[in-house]
Each structure stands twice: as structure tokens, then as C-alpha cells.
Design a binder for this molecule. Structure first.
Ligand code: 4AD
Ligand code: MG
Length: 438
């Protein structure tokens, strides 16, 4: 069977080189995305990994056996089709294939996802739902986001490293730790690879990773997953201002890359490509204090010292076209490792990057404490045990340097770029409070 595919033509090639292929017989392989009948004319929309093309079969023009097979074939059946390429203005993409032969490879059972299927049904059958056109576009864009992240880091001289996912102490506080039995001892799934990156900057200086992070988030929101992809970076000799510049360049690069490569895809998702193409440096920077003032002016009840929730983030970013940095939060709102501001130690040298239109925080980062005693003090202040952080404190004992880093939520970035209602649509197999299958 597969020997026929040696001369296979991809759907994208037909659209790109259609005029060269016009009148020629080609072999294509894929899945029946859709089937329609107009009297004695049958149409199949055939999907392969590169696109969807219309195939037509006229009862009077194809052998009886071929027509019977087209009649028999069901949605999502896998097939190998032979046919002649021709221009047809009415066909999506301007080309269609006039069928001359059809081999059914896997005749599909009745498709279990009706057009009006609810979210639960779709995500119960996510392994099938992913074949939808919208889902396919999102996955392509997601792949490009990963490509662009790596691309930028590589060009800017950062080294990719691979931290562990099984760890022994919290990074972002105990409340969202997934606990596991590790041969009779307690271990956790990592919430962030930050500390491991911090351990690698002494040899590599600028490091990053693309890895999952896990959060036992009990909250049911459109922006929280329990397993999400985290692009994290850490650099020696950088302060808050330096790392903020890195973050905005990175986000801007990803946006330019995606807007350029996926203009049409973005449009199909209801996102104007220019919205994304316009995400250029610099992004606005305001202090946490100023953010609270702005939110108050918009009528929400919030005081200095309160954390920002989804409503507050929406108010802060509505009407903005670009992400905005909120810098220098009160110490009480942030994890222990953030560097207290020398001129006001009640705040820390941190920065969150908020996406526009209320898509929420896409990056958290800042400058770290590099002094050993200050670090131990902060660990104790947060009622954590210094002995759990022995190796992390060691980094301050042997050649400590000022350093900074950040973590970018890749699924949140994809959600914002693709303008998705819910973060679950941005990742192939989402994990959230009520879902761990398929
Ligand atoms: O702000 P967070 O908790 O910061 C850290 O974990 C730092 N240790 C990162 C670092 O400096 N290396 O998480 C960073 C980002 C958030 O801004 C958000 O985009 C994303 O991770 N994030 C989530 N994304 C999806 N689901 C969740 N439950 C998330 N929690 C955080
Ligand atoms: Mg955060």
C-alpha cells in the first residue's frame, strides 16, 4: 500500500504549484474531512497534514466501483485517492482534484462529535476533536510560537538546558504543589524550573528551558492549567531592567514571527494579524502602585497590598494594544526569592508582564536575592525551612552574582495570540481541575 505513496503529492503543493500540476494525475492521501452530494456529483474535502482540498466524483464520469467507494466512505475515513488536478474557481483554494481512483484504508465508524457537541464532549474526545480545522490551526501556531521562542533565545546567545520535573521543595509556595510518593519519600512535580536554571548560570551565564510546570490549581478559570508549558530564562549579571528588556524583545519576536507566518490562520481564528504584528518594543512599564491607582480610577475596589485578579487585570489592560509591565510589587505578594528594593525593602524588584485585552499575566520574573544571609532570612520569614533549600542557598555560598530571570506561560501566550476563550484550547491535551484524560 505504502509503495503507491512514493509519488504522493501533498495538498499544500497542489495549492502552491497548481498551475504546473494542472491536468496531471496525482496521488494524495489523507482523511475525509467532509462529504457532500449535489445530485450525481459527490464531493470529498480531503485533509492531509498540510491542508484540505476538494475532490469531486461525477457518477457518469468515474468507474462504478470508484463512485460506490465514494458513496461508502465516511467522515474521517483514511483514503488514498488518485485524480486529475484542475482549476476551479468555486473550489476553496482555487483547485480541485477530479477523482479517478479511491482506496479506503480505514473506513471510519460514525463520527462521535456532532456539530453542536458541548465543551465536555469535545474535550472527552480531544484525541478526535484535535482534527478540526480550528484546532489544527491553533496547533500549527503553537508550534511556531515554540519555534520562535527557541529562535530568539538562540540568536541572542542563550543556552537551552533541561531541568528535572521531579523535585523536593516548592518554588512558588506549597499551596499548588502536586505531591507524589517517591519510593517511600515525598517528592513533588515542579512548579517552575527557576532554581535549576539559577544553578546553571555560573557555568553558562544565559540559560533557558522549555518545559512543563505543574500547579495544583483548584481554580476553574480560563487561564489556569494544572500542567502548562513554561519558557523560563535566567541570566547572570542582569538586573530587573535588563531582564525586562529581554522579555519584551522575546514576546515581540514571537509576535512578529507568528504574524508573518500565520496571517491567514490568525484571520480564520478571528484575530486581526496586525494586532499581533504591532506588538513591538518598547512595552509600557508602570509600578504596582501606579497599577492599583489606575484600577481604582476605573471603579474597582482594590487597595495597595491586594493582589490583582482577573477583573483587575482586565481593567488595567482594556484598550491597550501592547502588553504592559507591572513592576515592584509589595514583598508580601511575591515568593521569597525576589530581591527587596534597596531604597524600599517592603517592595521587591519583580516584574509581571500583562497581555492586553484582559488575557492576564503572561510572564512573571525579576531580580533574585544573591546575598546568602538575606535569602535565608526571607526563607524563614515565609515559614519555609532553610534545610529544604540547602543546595539553592549553596549557590549564594560559591561565587554568587546579581542575576535575574523570568517564566513565560506559553499556553497563555498562545491563547492571547489566537484570541481563544479558554486556555484549554491552546494545548493539545489540557489538564485542569476537572480533566486528566484523554
Ligand atoms: O508567575 P509565576 O508563578 O512565576 C514563576 O513560576 C517563576 N518562578 C518563573 C521564573 O521567574 N522563572 O509563573 C510564571 C508564568 C505566569 O506569568 C503565567 O504566564 C504562567 O507562568 N502560569 C500559568 N499558566 C497556565 N496555567 C497556570 N496554572 C499557570 N501558572 C502560571
Ligand atoms: Mg506570577
Amino acid at each position: 500500500m505504502l509503495s503507491q505513496l512514493k509519488s504522493r503529492v501533498l495538498v499544500r503543493t497542489i495549492f502552491e504549484e497548481g498551475s504546473k500540476l494542472e491536468g496531471k494525475e496525482v496521488t494524495i492521501a489523507g482523511w475525509v474531512y467532509n462529504k457532500r452530494a449535489h445530485g450525481s456529483l459527490l464531493f470529498i474535502d480531503l485533509r492531509d497534514g498540510t491542508g484540505i482540498i476538494q475532490i469531486s466524483a461525477h457518477k457518469d464520469k468515474v468507474p462504478m466501483k470508484v463512485f460506490d467507494d465514494v458513496e461508502k466512505v465516511t467522515r474521517e475515513s483514511s483514503v488514498i485517492a488518485k485524480g486529475t488536478v484542475r482549476t476551479d474557481k468555486r473550489a476553496p483554494g482555487g483547485y480541485e482534484v477530479g477523482l479517478t481512483g479511491l482506496q479506503i484504508v480505514g473506513l471510519a465508524e460514525e463520527w462521535p462529535l456532532p456539530i453542536d457537541a458541548g465543551v465536555d464532549v469535545l474535550f472527552d474526545k480531544r484525541h478526535l476533536h484535535l482534527r478540526g480545522e480550528k484546532q489544527t490551526l491553533i496547533m500549527r501556531i503553537r508550534a511556531s510560537v515554540f519555534e520562535a521562542l527557541r529562535d530568539w533565545f538562540r540568536q541572542d546567545g542563550w543556552i537551552e538546558v533541561q531541568p528535572p520535573m521531579i523535585i523536593s521543595a516548592s518554588v512558588e509556595g506549597g499551596a499548588t504543589l502536586f505531591k507524589m510518593d517517591y519510593f517511600g519519600e515525598v517528592a513533588y512535580l515542579t512548579q517552575s524550573s527557576q532554581f535549576y536554571l539559577e544553578a546553571m548560570i555560573q557555568s553558562l551565564e544565559k540559560v533557558y528551558c522549555l518545559a512543563p510546570s505543574f500547579r495544583a490549581e483548584k481554580s476553574k478559570t480560563p487561564r489556569h492549567l494544572t500542567e502548562y508549558w513554561h519558557a523560563e530564562a535566567e541570566a547572570a549579571w542582569m538586573d530587573l531592567d535588563d531582564i525586562t528588556k529581554v522579555e519584551e524583545q522575546l514576546v515581540s519576536h514571537v509576535c512578529q514571527f507568528v504574524a508573518e507566518k500565520h496571517g491567514k490562520d490568525l484571520e480564520k481564528l478571528g484575530r486581526t494579524p496586525d494586532d499581533i504584528a504591532e506588538i513591538k518594543i518598547p512595552f509600557q512599564r508602570i509600578s504596582y502602585r501606579e497599577a492599583i491607582e489606575r484600577i481604582k480610577k476605573k471603579g474597582l475596589k482594590i487597595e495597595y497590598g491586594d493582589d490583582m485578579g482577573a477583573d483587575e487585570e482586565l481593567r488595567l489592560t482594556e484598550g491597550l494594544r501592547k502588553p504592559i509591565f507591572v513592576l515592584e510589587y509589595p514583598k508580601s505578594l511575591k515568593a521569597f526569592y525576589h530581591l527587596p528594593k534597596p531604597t524600599d525593602p517592603s517592595t521587591v524588584m519583580c516584574g509581571d508582564c500583562e497581555a492586553p485585552e484582559g488575557y492576564g499575566e503572561i510572564i512573571g520574573g525579576g531580580q533574585r536575592i544573591h546575598d546568602k544571609d538575606t535569602l535565608i532570612e526571607r526563607i524563614k520569614e515565609e515559614n519555609l525551612k532553610p534545610e529544604d533549600y540547602e543546595w539553592y542557598i549553596d549557590l549564594r555560598r560559591y561565587g554568587t552574582v546579581p542575576h535575574s530571570g523570568f517564566g513565560l506561560g506559553v499556553d497563555r501566550l498562545v491563547r492571547w495570540i489566537c484570541r481563544l476563550d479558554h486556555i484549554r484550547a491552546s494545548i493539545p491535551f489540557p489538564r485542569y481541575l476537572t480533566r486528566r484524560t484523554p
